[in-house]
Design a protein around this ligand. Structure first.
Ligand SMILES: Nc1ncnc2c1ncn2[C@@H]1O[C@H](COP(=O)(O)OP(=O)(O)OP(=O)(O)O)[C@@H](O)[C@H]1O
Length: 734
C-alpha cells in the first residue's frame, strides 16, 4: 500500500476515507489497530498511520461506505530557487518557528508530550532550525494520528506515539518536530481544531500552509497570555510560581515584546547576582549561591529547573542571615505591658517576667523553652505576642495543629517537584529578621504519618561517622545552644536559629511527644472564674470590639449584669473566646442601628424632606423605634447609648443556650424523684439549692448532705461503709 502511494500520483482508495464528503481534501491513512465495543454505546478507537494528503477527484459510491478516486497532494515542488521567494519563505518559516516555539513554551509542562517536545526543541541546533523547518513542513504526512470515532460520526484527531524519537537521525527528528508543532498547534491546542483542520489540509503550497498556520498560532498565544495574566492575579502569595520563560532564540526582531521579556529576565539575573554579592550570608551559603547562579546562567530558561533554581536563589537572598531587631529589655516596662494587655494570669505573667529578667541580666537566650498549657481561649497566644512586644521583637505564629509531615517543619529536598522550605525558614522570610519570637502553637496536636514524625523534625538527628564507631548525635532544634546549625532540607545550608525565641503552647500535656515535653518548661494557664471573665470582658474584650466596629462608649453600653448573662447563658468555656465572639455579634448589631440612625438623622436634617408634607410629624406618629422591618427608614434615630439589656441580648443572640439553674441540683433531684428513688446525697454546699425544689417532691425524699467521700459512702450503703477510708501513714516516695 505504502509503495503504491509513493509511486503513483493518482490512486483509488477502496477503503473508507476519514473525510466528510463535504470536504474534498483529506489524509489517507492506514488503520493499524482497532479497539472498542458496541456496548453500552458504539465507541471505537482506531490507531492509524497517516500516508499522504489527497484530493477527491470523483466519488465512486457513497453507500454502504464512500469510495472515491483521489489524487495525492503531497507532491510539493522543489523549493523555488529565486531569491525573492526564498527570502519570503525564509521569513515566513522563521515567523512560524518563532510563534510555534512560543506557543509550546506557554503550554502546560506537566503534560508529558509537551515536556518531551520541549526537551527535543532544546536539543536541536538553533542555527539549523529555520532551514529544517522549511524543509520538513513539506512532510506533514509522517505524523502518527490517533483518530477517535465518536458515535456522532465526528472524527477528532490528536497526536500520539512519541517513542524512540530521540535516537533518530536529525532530519527525521526535525520532521517529527515540525509535524508535531503543526499538529500540536492545530489539532490539540487550538480550540477551533474541528473547523481549521480542513482549511489547513486545503493549503497545499508551502507558503499557503505557513500563512494559514501563523495567524492561528498568534491567536492561540494571545489567548494563553490573557489566561496566564488572569491566573497570575489570582495566585496565592504563598504558592510558588514556576515561571514560563521563552527559550533563547536565534532570531531577534528588534523592538518586539519577546525582546523586552528577555531583557527583563537578563536584568533579573543581574540583580540576583548583585544581591548575592552584597548579601551578608555566611560563607557556606554564599558559595552555594555563587555555584547555583553560575548554573542558572548556563541553563536554558525553558528548563523547569531554571525556575526552581531561581526561586531557591531568591529565597536565599531574602533570608535575614544577619538582620535582627535590637532588644528592648526593660523589666518594669515589660510588667506594665503584660498587666495592661492581660487581666489575672498572675502565675504566667510572673514566670514570663522572671524569664525576661534573667535575659536582661545574662543577655542570652539559654534556658528552657516555655510551654504554656491550658484550655482554649485563656490567652496563651496573646501572652506570646505580648512577650514579643515587650522585647521589641517581631512575632510569628507557627500553627502546628494537624501537621503530620516532617517536611512541613524541615522543608522538602529540592529534588522534589514543588519543593518548599519548611515553616521555620518560611517564618524567618516572612518576618525578615533572624531574632523573632516564634510561637509554636498547639504542639500537642502534632500528628504522625508515613511522611514522618514532625515532632522528630524539631529534634534534628545527626549521624556522625567516626573512624572507629558510629555515633548518633541528637540536636535540639529549639535549643539556642545547639540550633545555630539548623539545616532545612530545601535550603541545604545551615541557618543560625540561636537568636530566635521559641515559645510553645498546648491544650494538654498528655499528647505532647515525650521527647518534646522533656525539654520544655510547662506553665499551666488555668481557666477563668466568672468574675475574672467579667473583668477581662470590660477591661479588654469590649474596648477591643468597640474599636474594631467603629463604635464608641457613647453609642453602646453593656452593663456587667449583661456580661454575666452572656457568660452564664450563652457560653460554656474555660477561656473567653466565645465570650469575645458574642460581644463581637452584639457590636455588629449595634453598628447597624447606629449607621441607620445616622442615615435617618441626615434625612431629618434635610429641609426638603423635613418640611415637605409634615414629614417629621408623620414619622413621630407612625413609627416604632425598635422596629427593624422595612419601615426603619422612617423611624427616629435610636437613643444613645444603646443599652444592651437581657431583652436586647435575646434579640441579638437568640434565646439563651444554657439555663442558669450552672448548678443542676434541681434537675437531678426531680429526675431522682421521677425514678422513684428515696434518698438523695448532695454536697453540703448545695443545701441552699433545695429551696427551689417543689414541696411535694421534698416531702417524698430524704436528703443527706455530705462534706467528704466517707460521708457519701456511709450514706450510700445500707448499714454504712465499714472499711475505714482514713488513710494510714504512707511512706514518702520522695
Ligand atoms: N487574661 C486575659 N486578659 C485579656 N485578654 C485575654 C485574656 N485571656 C484571653 N484574652 C483574650 O482572649 C482571646 C483569645 O486568647 P488566645 O487566642 O490568646 O487564647 P489561647 O489560649 O491561645 O487559645 P488557643 O489554645 O485556642 O490557641 C484573645 O483576644 C485574648 O486577647
Amino acid at each position: 500500500m505504502r509503495t503504491s502511494v509513493d509511486s503513483a500520483r493518482n490512486l483509488q482508495l477502496n477503503f473508507p476515507v476519514f473525510s466528510s464528503l463535504l470536504i474534498s481534501i483529506g489524509t489517507a491513512a492506514l488503520a493499524v489497530q482497532v479497539v472498542g465495543s458496541n456496548w453500552p454505546k458504539p465507541h471505537y478507537t482506531l490507531l492509524i498511520t497517516g500516508l499522504c494528503r489527497f484530493q477527491i477527484v470523483q466519488v465512486m459510491k457513497e453507500k454502504p461506505y464512500p469510495v472515491a478516486k483521489v489524487e495525492q497532494l503531497d507532491w510539493l515542488e522543489e523549493f523555488p530557487n529565486t531569491c525573492k521567494t526564498r527570502e519570503e519563505l525564509g521569513e515566513l518559516s522563521e515567523q512560524f518557528y518563532k510563534y510555534a516555539v512560543q506557543l509550546v513554551e506557554m503550554l502546560d509542562m506537566s503534560v508529558p508530550a509537551v515536556a518531551k517536545l520541549r526537551r527535543l526543541l532544546d536539543s536541536l541546533p538553533r542555527e539549523a532550525l529555520p532551514d529544517i523547518l522549511t524543509s520538513i513542513i513539506r512532510t506533514s504526512n509522517k505524523e502518527k494520528l490517533q483518530v477517535t470515532v465518536f458515535h456522532s460520526g465526528m472524527p477528532r484527531c490528536f497526536v500520539t506515539s512519541y517513542s524512540d524519537l530521540d535516537s533518530e537521525i536529525l532530519v527525521f527528528v526535525s520532521d517529527y518536530l515540525a509535524d508535531n508543532l503543526v499538529v500540536l498547534a492545530i489539532h490539540v491546542f487550538l480550540r477551533e481544531r474541528c473547523y481549521t483542520f480542513p482549511q489547513i489540509l486545503d493549503a497545499v503550497s508551502l507558503e499557503e500552509r505557513f500563512k494559514m498556520t501563523i495567524p492561528l498560532l498568534v491567536r492561540q498565544i494571545e489567548g494563553l497570555k490573557l489566561l496566564q495574566k488572569t491566573r497570575k492575579h489570582k495566585q496565592d502569595d504563598d504558592k510558588r510560581i514556576i515561571a514560563i520563560r521563552p527559550i533563547r532564540r536565534i532570531t531577534h526582531i528588534p523592538g518586539t515584546l519577546e525582546d523586552e521579556d528577555e531583557d527583563e529576565d537578563n536584568d533579573d539575573i543581574v540583580m540576583l547576582e548583585k544581591k548575592i554579592r552584597t548579601s551578608s550570608m555566611p560563607d557556606q551559603a554564599h558559595k552555594v549561591c555563587v555555584k547555583e547562579i553560575k548554573r542558572l546562567k548556563k541553563m536554558p530558561q525553558s528548563m523547569p529547573e531554571y525556575a526552581l533554581t531561581r526561586n531557591y536563589l531568591e529565597l536565599m537572598v531574602e533570608l535575614p542571615w544577619n538582620k535582627s531587631t535590637t532588644d528592648r529589655l526593660d523589666i518594669r516596662a515589660a510588667r506594665i505591658l503584660l498587666d495592661n494587655d492581660h487581666y489575672a494570669m498572675e502565675k504566667l505573667k510572673k514566670r514570663v517576667l522572671e524569664y525576661l529578667a534573667v535575659r536582661q541580666l545574662k543577655n542570652n537566650l539559654k534556658g528552657p523553652i516555655l510551654c504554656f498549657v491550658g484550655p482554649p481561649g485563656v490567652g496563651k497566644t496573646s501572652v506570646g505576642r505580648s512577650v514579643a512586644k515587650t522585647l521589641g521583637r517581631e512575632f510569628h505564629r507557627i500553627a502546628l495543629g494537624g501537621v503530620c509531615d516532617q517536611s512541613d517543619i524541615r522543608g522538602h529536598r529540592r529534588t522534589y517537584v514543588g519543593s518548599m522550605p519548611g515553616r521555620i525558614i518560611n517564618g524567618l522570610k516572612t518576618v525578615g529578621v533572624n531574632n523573632p519570637v516564634f510561637l509554636l502553637d498547639e504542639v500537642d496536636k502534632l500528628g504522625k504519618s508515613l511522611q514522618g514524625d514532625p515532632a522528630a523534625a524539631l529534634l534534628e538527628v545527626r549521624f556522625r561517622r567516626f573512624p572507629v564507631c558510629n555515633h548518633t548525635g541528637r540536636v535540639w532544634v529549639l535549643d539556642p545552644e545547639q540550633n545555630h546549625n539548623f539545616t532545612d532540607h530545601y535550603l541545604n545550608v545551615a541557618f543560625d536559629l540561636s537568636q530566635v525565641l521559641f515559645i510553645a503552647t498546648a491544650n494538654t500535656t498528655a499528647t505532647i511527644p515525650p521527647a518534646l515535653l522533656d525539654r520544655m518548661e510547662i506553665i499551666q494557664v488555668p481557666g477563668y472564674t466568672q468574675e475574672e471573665k467579667i473583668e477581662i470582658a470590660h477591661r479588654h474584650l469590649i474596648p477591643k470590639q468597640l474599636e474594631q466596629h467603629g463604635l464608641t462608649p457613647q453609642q453602646i453600653q453593656i452593663p456587667q449584669v449583661t456580661t454575666l448573662d452572656i457568660i452564664t447563658r450563652y457560653t460554656r468555656e474555660a477561656g473567653v473566646r466565645s465570650l469575645d465572639r458574642k460581644l463581637g455579634a452584639i457590636c455588629r448589631a449595634v453598628a447597624v442601628k447606629v449607621a441607620e440612625g445616622q442615615h435617618r438623622e441626615a434625612r431629618l436634617d434635610r429641609p426638603d424632606v423635613a418640611e415637605g408634607q409634615g414629614y417629621r410629624e408623620h414619622i413621630l406618629e407612625d413609627t416604632k423605634p425598635e422596629s427593624t422591618s422595612d419601615t426603619t427608614d422612617l423611624a427616629l434615630p435610636p437613643e444613645m447609648p444603646i443599652l444592651i439589656d437581657f431583652h436586647a441580648l435575646k434579640d441579638i443572640l437568640g434565646p439563651p443556650m444554657y439555663e442558669m439553674e450552672v448548678g443542676g441540683i434541681k434537675d437531678k433531684v426531680l429526675a431522682a424523684h421521677r425514678a422513684g428513688l428515696k434518698r438523695v446525697i448532695i454536697p453540703q454546699r448545695n443545701e441552699k439549692d433545695l429551696e427551689e425544689i417543689p414541696g411535694n417532691v421534698r416531702q417524698d425524699l430524704s436528703f443527706v448532705t455530705a462534706t467528704c467521700l466517707d460521708e457519701v459512702l456511709n450514706a450510700a450503703f445500707d448499714g454504712g461503709f465499714t472499711v475505714s477510708t482514713t488513710p494510714g501513714l504512707l511512706n514518702s516516695k520522695l
